[in-house]
Structure formats: C-alpha cells, structure tokens
Ligand binder design. Structure first.
Ligand code: ADP
Length: 437
C-alpha cells in the first residue's frame, strides 16, 4: 500500500517552519517565531489526536466505521477500520460456532457439564439440567456441592478417571447413572453423565441368571455325589463299574468347584463394597495358604517361600484377599510340571503394597496376557481341564482386587515361569505403630 501520510505531515511542518521563519525575519525575532511555529504545529496535532481518540472510542458502536482524517491519522484510522471489520467477522463466525455447539449439546440425551480447574460449574446442557435440576444460581458453584453422592465425591476427588463410575440416581428411583470425567485445558473438566439403566438391568439379569442356575445346580449335584459315594463304597459293585464311578465322582467334583467359583464370582460382582475392613497380616495369611497347599499336593517336591516386608498389614476383606492370593498360589502349583518353587514377595513401595506370586513353571505366551482375567479364558484348554481348572480363578482375583482398589500385573515367559503381582494402594496400608509414631 502506498503510504504518504508521513511525507504529508512533514510538508505541513515545513510550511509552519517556513511561515514562522518569514515572520521571524520580518520581526527580527527568528528563534521565537520558529519555536512558536513548531509549538502551533504540535497543538494542531494534539487536537487531531484528541479527535482520533474520540473516533476510536466511537467505532465500537458503529456498524461501518467512517472518518474524515487526513495525513498519517487517516492511514492509522484506515488500519483500525480494517482490523475492526476483521474482528467483527471473526466474532460473528465464533458466535455461530458456539450457538451450533450449544444446539448440538442440547440435542444430546447425555448430560454434559463443564467445570473449571477448581471444580466450579461453568456451563451445562439441557439434559444435565433435567437430570440434576440445575438452576442459574448454580453457575460458579462446586459440582460436588450439588451432586452429593459419597461415591461420586470420592471419584471426583480421587482424580483417576480412567474408568467410569456407575451409581444410582438420587433423583429418580431405579435409574442408574454412569459418570465419566475428561480432563482438558489446564485442569478443566468435562463431565458426561449417561443413563445406564438399561445396560445395568441387562447386566443384573445376567448376574441373577448365573447366580440362580448355580444355586439350582447345587442340590441335584449333592444328591448325585451322595449316591456315587454310596455306590463307590459298595463291595458288591459289578466289575467294570468302578472306573466309571471314579470318573463320575471326579467330574462331579469339577462341576462342584465350577459352581462354587461361579457363585463366588457373582457374589463379588453383586455385593456392595464394604466400607469397614479388617486388618490382614499378609505373611501369616500366605503361610496358611502354603500349609493348605502342602496338604493338597502330597509328596511332590516343593519349595514355598514368603519374603520381603513380612510385617505388612493391609485393610481389606480377609476372606476375599485370601481367596485371591490362594488362587494365584494354586495356579503357580498347577502350572509347575516339575519341582514346585513358589515365592511370594511382599514389598511396600512409595506408591503401593505389592504382593508378587512367582513360579518357575510353564509360563505364558505374552499374546495371552491381556485376556487372562476373562472368564473361562484358558491358554491351553486341554491342559487346564486335565488339571481340574475352571477358568474362573483369575476372574475372581481381578474382582477381589477391584473391590480393594488394587490391580493385577502379570509378567511371564514361556518355559521360565510367571509372576502375578497384586498392587494394593498405599491407602490400604495399616501403618505400624513405630512407623506412625
Ligand atoms: P484355571 O482355573 O484354568 O487355572 P485361571 O483363571 O486361574 O483358570 O487361569 C486362566 C489361565 O491362565 C489358565 O488356564 C492358565 O492357562 C493360565 N495361567 C494362570 N496362572 C498361570 C501360571 N502361574 N502359569 C502359567 N499359566 C497360568
């Protein structure tokens, strides 16, 4: 762009100096007149500056800013007009995007709530308003003061949002809500709440079905078991029947274990999590599991060791933790074909209490590891069936750990052995007296 504003102003300055000079010569007061000429020039520009300032303030109200400046002021005014037009266009475009997003989120059946880094509500959509009865005065208030469910408050404050939280709605009886929090920006939060009632009901139906079938199967199985025992004890049993009865007894026993495992699993899934836990001394518990194991394996060569921080106690459900660790120990035994060498190491770190069950057995191919805790997932179903495994052991372990806010990590190498480690959070640690003092 051709900018001649500065030259224009310089021409005016030259004219002021020229006239001042002529008058100065005529009056024989050259310096005074030159100074006066420059001063007048400055006054004139201050006047223009003032007019310019008024114009800048007024353009906010103008749709299409116009001006009648000249020289350098006209050029600056044109620049400002261009910037202002661009700003107006951007503003309109952004307003259109914002209203489109608002229309979109209003159409959502999921509730969307926007929080700042302090957890204060900034915005919500129509579904959130209907779900939680939010009113305008709730804007800027903490969400945990409005949704006061203890499990939601714990989830919100815990900061681990990798998994969603399912809780019963306080407002609507029988409604199940699923909360998922996403972090963005500098600690801001997007809370999405879904109505998960249908899925929850289906899930409940599945659990009830499995629980009922398992219970119903228990009685006929006990009867069959009883008769088989009586027949096995009968000395007049025709030849050839013995083998069949022994096989029926062993299959019956497998079925019994399977049913017991299914019942345990559904109980772990359906029972509400306890809030009061007992103190569990891990090393003593593991020693009793080892004693049970010795009694079961008979005279096979074995070496059981418990080591590490053997004084550690955790807060938990003793029965459940015992069932999880004994599942891991019995797996270590079952999948060690030669000498059984099982080591359980308890280690307190600055993030968790880890209980690692290590064996030198057959190991597992890494490709199976992600699916290991699925129900009935078996690496080698032929071998597992021969060992009497149900395929539910690790699923039980996973559920027990979930109920204790803990997680299972597996490391394994085929032919070298496996390590199954349960990581309990430090919040579960029972501080020893000298430690606490
Ligand atoms: P199962 O009753 O079949 O042992 P689990 O759920 O306890 O069921 O284990 C699932 C599968 O994981 C097993 O079938 C087995 O293939 C594998 N597995 C579990 N523990 C070990 C282990 N310590 N060493 C090798 N494989 C294991």
């Amino acid at each position: 762009m051709d900018r001649k504003g500065l030259a224009y102003e310089l021409r005016w300055l030259a004219l002021f100096v020229f006239i001042g000079g002529i008058i100065g010569l005529a009056l024989e007061a050259l310096r005074v007149c030159l100074g006066l000429a420059v001063f007048l020039f400055l006054i004139w520009h201050f006047y223009k500056l003032k007019k310019f300032e008024e114009w800048v303030i007024s353009i906010r109200r103008m749709k299409k800013p116009v001006h009648n400046f000249d020289g350098i002021w006209a050029e600056i005014a044109d620049d400002i007009t261009r910037l202002s037009n661009r700003y107006q266009k951007d503003k309109l475009r952004l307003q259109a995007v914002v209203s489109r997003v608002q229309e979109m989120t209003s159409a959502l059946t999921d509730a969307v709530i926007l929080l700042d880094s302090q957890g204060n509500i900034e915005w919500w959509n129509t579904a959130a308003q209907m779900m939680f009865d939010f009113r305008n005065i709730d804007l800027g208030h903490k969400l945990i003061n409005l949704i006061r469910h203890p499990r939601f408050i714990h989830y919100f404050e815990d900061g681990d949002y990798s998994e969603p939280l399912d809780i019963d709605s306080i407002k609507k009886n029988g409604q199940r809500l699923q909360f998922q929090i996403h972090l963005f920006g500098h600690g801001d939060k997007l809370v999405i709440v879904r109505d998960a009632t249908r899925v929850y009901k289906l899930e409940q139906m599945r659990r009830d079905f499995v629980a009922n079938v398992s219970h119903e199967l228990r009685t006929p199985l006990t009867v069959l078991h009883g008769y088989l025992e009586t027949m096995a004890d009968n000395p007049d049993l025709p030849k050839g029947f013995e083998k069949a009865i022994v096989q029926m007894q062993s299959q019956g026993e497998r079925m019994r274990i399977l049913i017991e495992d299914l019942i345990t699993l559904t109980k772990l899934e359906t029972d509400e999590r306890e809030t009061h836990f007992e103190e569990v001394h891990l090393a003593s518990m593991i020693t009793t599991i080892f004693n049970d194991a010795r009694a079961l394996i008979g005279d096979r060569e074995h070496e059981f060791t418990v080591k590490g921080d053997t004084e550690v106690k955790i807060k938990g459900n003793e029965k459940e933790v015992r069932s999880a660790i004994s599942n891991l120990v019995f797996n270590a035994i079952n999948y060690s074909p030669k000498k059984i060498e099982v080591t359980v190491k308890i280690k307190k770190t600055h993030t968790s209490v880890a209980v690692a069950v290590r064996d030198k057995g057959i190991g597992i191919d890494p490709k199976h590891l992600p699916r290991l805790t699925e129900r009935f997932y078996r690496v080698d179903s032929g071998r597992t069936t021969a060992l009497g495994g149900t395929g539910l052991g690790l699923a039980i372990v996973k559920h027990v750990l979930l109920r204790h806010d803990a997680e299972l990590k597996v490391r394994s190498m085929p032919g070298k052995g496996s390590t199954f480690t349960c990581h309990f959070p430090l919040s579960r640690l029972v501080e020893s007296e000298e430690h606490a003092a």
